[in-house]
Design a protein. Structure first.
Lengths: 500, 328
């Protein structure tokens, strides 16, 4: 096979963190090439570099043998490279036909818009793809699948040679997936190159010719899809050196603190049942988008479930909003602290004491001395490194911000603590401190639900590991039986059919 | 689906216009006379012309609060040229007014695009700034009726056809041109695209900055045209009165006419109907003996009502979208 696109030594750093390291990869015309890897392995970053969304920190990309500088998505498009996003970019108020033409039509600012020809061409493209979409309707309200079809039609209209699909099947029904695959195969047979990013191994086997596996920002292997078994693929995806963390020892597991039965929210997760005991650390693994955060948010009352019951210490609990959950002794450290956790411009002490207004302002007025004492105490206990508790929290490092958020929730003395990706984006040193802290909290008899995408973290810390996939609980693995392979097999959806 | 809703909006406006005419006519038969029709017709052109500019700004997901002050500035410049240089042909004053409007509009656009500031704040600032310029340039002196050229004033009185005054015809000609521009030129469609998804626009090689500058400049120039019309219609220009509060009437008309304040949605026909509707309300209220104080309150209520309707429609659209996705 001759390479249509050749990447050599492509690396990318964001703010000094290397997310892609020295990747060599050839994409051939007439193949469907799968990019596989865990979340954050670098596959999407690579795709975005090829599509001109990001520029590589170093390395070169050649198109048809000639080096090219893909400085922007517009340039990528003019080179015949199209990236189809999981949720396509569109102009919701404009018609489908206009969305197809926009950015490709020639002429000056006052050039006439050829409505009739535009509509005719758009209809022809839809016919070529064999999809039935009224091209005169606005994009708003089209299903994701139809929006993707419009994007593919755009790619065809600009005669794209390389079409990159970034997790296109994530929100499609099985029928829609089948249609997409039929079209993808036809495009391949016409001699175009297709890059297919997906977590679903069965789909990859069904559609793709070759597969490239990414891990920790580097390319691990490229092979014909038939040359690797599922187990071999999974092993390559996760096969990083195992890191040992200390597991808490000698902690007595008490009674059931949190019991979830049949929790369901339409479109997010269904029939989730599990329990967490006092002194127990229960991990929750799965891929991003599997519904883990949704479950946590439902338990905490951020977006309550449609049905199902929550019991706390054996008593049925009604949680309609977070204040109910807090009153019942629950605490939730959310995944994205920048969005859901911190008040960036407020001081560290205000952030730490935000969950206990009653303690610092018993009569509605804040007692600054109490606030300061409480905060200073927490800072000492959690070893938060800062200049002053009066400093805006936004000035702290990620790890220390995360500690401050944890400190906030410990103020409420919760009996059940839900941690959603608590160590994401923090340094390895601070991580270890965090692990110790989580162990200590369990030792104090608190029940801990730890959501994490880092397998070593789950294996090291947890007494049990629950795994979610596509909104359902697919495994409940005791510590003695938990392995990376077992968690990963339960996390990777068997097929698109499971999504329906 | 949205197209049907928009159509309903326009149909709804026609119904509202008919209802106002009927109800007011029943209470006060004087309302249904040719004289009233003439007054309504004359109330429309200033708002319509400025609304065309404002509409383009709002379609691009911006807003221009300074058009009342721009109108005042353009009108005072034209008036002073008429007064202080009577030897010059009228057209010089007219063109100067339009040019002043364009420059002030461009200045708005430059501040918005250069510093990436929200246009609502920028034009709130220039609203005061430009009004200040009106006082400075004029020395706070009114341009009295005797200085306004007869030819200009006759524009709002004489008619080439069916007794419809010139300024009304000119306003509708501008609306027609806007309709053709927005619907059938590349730049016109790009204005919709930018307002519909500003983040994606550059990814489709739309040059957002020049288009943004263009809509602000045009909005200013059309406010300048409205300034000349003010002189023609009212026969004087007063620095402290001319154009004050005008922006609110215009924005209300644009939004009532179905232009989404979030950009990307709206039609010239809708805005025209919105202008006619507000023009009728404007004329009907005093005929019904409603005090000026209440008129202002009713304008406010109409803006709020339009926003609520707009939001409801958008939430429904978004809900339909998530619904079709959620089942996947």
């Amino acid at each position: 096979m001759t390479a249509l696109v050749s990447a050599r030594g492509v690396s990318k750093s964001f703010a000094g963190v290397e997310v892609l390291r020295d990747v060599d990869l050839d994409l051939a015309a007439g193949e469907v090439h799968a990019l596989l890897g865990e979340n954050g392995a670098g596959k999407s970053t690579f795709a975005r570099i090829v599509a001109g969304v990001h520029r590589p920190t170093s390395g070169t990309i050649a198109l048809g043998g000639a080096p090219v500088d893909i400085a922007s998505p517009v340039i990528a498009q003019s080179l015949g490279i199209t990236l189809i996003h999981q949720e396509p970019i569109s102009f919701p108020d404009l018609s489908v036909a206009e969305n197809l033409v926009l950015g490709r039509s020639a002429g000056g600012p006052l050039a006439r818009v050829p409505w009739a020809a535009m509509t005719r061409d758009a209809r022809r493209l839809m016919d070529v793809l064999g999809v039935r979409i009224d091209v005169t309707r606005p994009m708003r309200g089209l299903s994701i699948a139809d929006q993707q079809m419009v994007e593919i039609a755009r790619a065809l209209a600009s005669d794209a040679r390389l079409i990159i699909m970034d997790e296109p099947t994530a929100s499609l029904t099985p029928n829609e997936v089948a249609t997409l695959f039929t079209i993808a195969r036809r495009l391949r047979d016409e001699g175009r190159a297709i890059v297919f990013i997906s977590h679903r191994l069965e789909e990859v086997r069904d559609l793709c010719d070759r597969v490239t596996i990414f891990r920790d920002g580097a390319r691990v292997e490229t092979a014909a899809i038939g040359a690797l078994s599922d187990a071999e693929i999974i092993r390559r995806m996760i096969g990083r050196p195992h890191q040992d963390y200390m597991h808490k020892t000698g902690v007595a597991i008490g009674g059931v603190a949190l019991k979830i039965t049949g929790l369901t929210r339409r479109g997010a997760f269904a029939d989730i049942s599990f329990d967490v005991r006092h002194g127990e650390i229960v991990g929750m693994g799965g891929l991003v988008g599997a519904g883990r955060t949704d479950v946590a948010r439902a338990i905490f009352g951020v977006e309550p479930a449609d049905s199902g019951t929550i019991e706390i210490d054996g008593k049925p609990a009604t949680i309609r909003e977070p204040s109910d959950a807090i009153a019942l002794g629950l605490a939730f450290v959310p995944e994205d602290r920048a969005v859901a956790g911190i008040f960036r411009s407020l001081s560290v002490e205000a952030n730490i004491t935000a969950a206990v207004p009653g303690k610092i302002a018993p009569r509605g007025f804040i007692r600054r001395a109490v606030e300061k004492t409480l905060a200073a105490d927490a800072v000492k206990r959690l070893r938060i490194r800062l200049a002053s508790v009066r400093q805006p929290i936004g000035e702290l490092s990620g790890g220390n911000q995360q500690k401050a958020i944890l400190a906030r929730w410990l103020m409420t003395d919760p009996s059940v603590l839900i941690l959603d990706e608590p160590t994401r984006g923090i340094d390895i040193g601070v991580k270890a401190e965090f692990y110790d802290m989580i162990g200590d909290l369990a030792a104090q008899g608190r029940a801990i639900l730890l959501i994490s995408s880092e397998l070593p973290e789950l294996l090291a810390l947890c007494d049990r590991v629950l795994v979610m996939s596509e909104g359902r609980l697919t495994a409940d693995i005791p510590r003695s039986e938990a392995t990376q392979e077992r968690i990963m097999s339960a996390a990777v959806p068997a097929s698109a059919g499971a999504a329906a | 689906m949205i197209g049907a809703l928009l159509a309903r909006r326009e149909v709804g406006l026609i119904v509202m216009i008919a209802l106002v005419a009927l109800v007011v006519g029943l209470i006060e038969p004087r309302f249904l006379t040719a004289e009233t029709l003439r007054i309504v017709t004359l109330a429309i052109p200033l708002i319509l012309v400025a609304a065309m500019g404002q509409m383009m700004v709002i379609l691009a997901r911006h807003v221009d609060l300074s058009i009342g002050a721009i109108l005042g500035f353009a009108a005072i410049v034209a008036g002073m040229i008429f007064r202080d240089m009577p030897q010059l042909p009228t057209i010089v004053g007219v063109l100067a007014a339009i040019a002043c409007g364009a420059v002030l509009g461009l200045a708005n656009g430059l501040v918005v695009t250069t510093f990436n500031l929200p246009s609502i704040i920028v034009t709130l600032g220039t609203l005061s700034l430009y009004r200040g310029l009106v006082f400075l340039v004029s020395g706070s002196r009114q341009v009295d009726p005797q200085f306004i050229p007869r030819g200009l004033i006759s524009m709002s009185q004489t008619s080439p056809i069916f007794g419809i005054p010139w300024i009304v015809l000119i306003a509708f000609a501008i609306a027609l041109a806007t309709w053709a521009f927005l619907g059938y030129t590349r730049t016109g469609r790009q204005i919709y695209a930018i307002g519909s998804n500003p983040v994606a626009a550059p990814l489709r090689s739309i040059r957002v900055t020049p288009v943004t500058l263009f809509v602000f400049t045009l909005s200013g120039a059309l406010a300048g045209v409205a300034g000349v019309m003010y002189a023609a219609r009212f026969g004087y220009v007063n620095p402290g009165i001319t154009g004050v509060g005008f922006e609110f009437i215009v924005i209300a008309a644009v939004v009532v006419g179905g232009v989404s304040i979030n950009g990307g949605v709206g039609s010239v026909l809708g805005v025209t109907l919105g202008v006619i509707f507000l023009g009728m309300v404007n004329v009907a209220l005093p005929i019904l003996g409603v005090s000026a104080f209440w008129q202002s309150a009713i304008y406010g209520a109409v803006i709020l009502l339009a926003l609520v309707v707009d939001r409801t429609v958008r939430i429904r659209g978004a809900a339909a979208l998530t619904l079709s996705r959620g089942t996947a």
